[in-house]
Design a protein around this ligand. Structure first.
Ligand SMILES: [Fe+2]
Length: 164
């Protein structure tokens, strides 16, 4: 007995049409961008900025601990290097805007960036590299950063030029 396939009969109703262009909310793409964070505004006040920087500190510190305690694969180490680089640049920009970035602080960041950029290929050397980075990070966070953040918090006026 031959197998017979039948297609459903065409509907008498009109086929579905795409919505008209003007029926789509115009602000939707912008709202999506804002939710995704691509166009989120940067904080303008130091009190908000320092909170964001401290959250970055906490994330970098946690990542360092995970890599030291676990398997420091190259990809995760590169993630750490990127996170540290972004943090250092943002902190420098905001401390400079607050007038609280001294040359020594900037030099310390350069040294850390240099060290971070030398990710060892071997996992045995990588552990020593991670421990050196952790040591720098801890001392810097509770040394130069603590002093600079306190100065920025005590600055007399809120940042007026902070538009980025
Ligand atoms: Fe710093």
């Amino acid at each position: 007995m031959p197998l017979v396939l039948t297609l459903p009969a065409p509907s008498s109703a009109a086929p579905p049409q795409p919505p008209a262009a003007d029926a789509q909310p115009a602000a939707l793409p912008r709202a999506r961008r804002q939710r995704s964070g691509r166009h989120r505004r940067w904080p303008r006040l130091w009190s908000e900025r320092s909170q964001l920087l401290e959250r970055q500190h906490a994330r970098i510190e946690a990542l360092l601990e995970q890599l030291i305690d676990g398997e420091p694969c190259f990809a995760r180490c590169q993630q750490l290097v990127r996170a540290l680089g972004l943090h250092l640049r943002l902190e420098e920009r905001w401390l400079a805007e607050a007038g609280c970035l001294c040359p020594g602080h900037r030099v310390s960041h350069r040294q850390a960036a240099q060290l971070a950029g030398l990710t060892p290929a071997g996992s045995a050397e990588r552990l020593g590299w991670l421990l050196d980075l952790q040591d720098w990070f801890h001392q810097h966070r509770f040394g130069a950063d603590a002093v600079a953040y306190a100065r920025a918090a005590a600055a007399p006026t809120p940042l007026s030029s902070a538009s980025r």
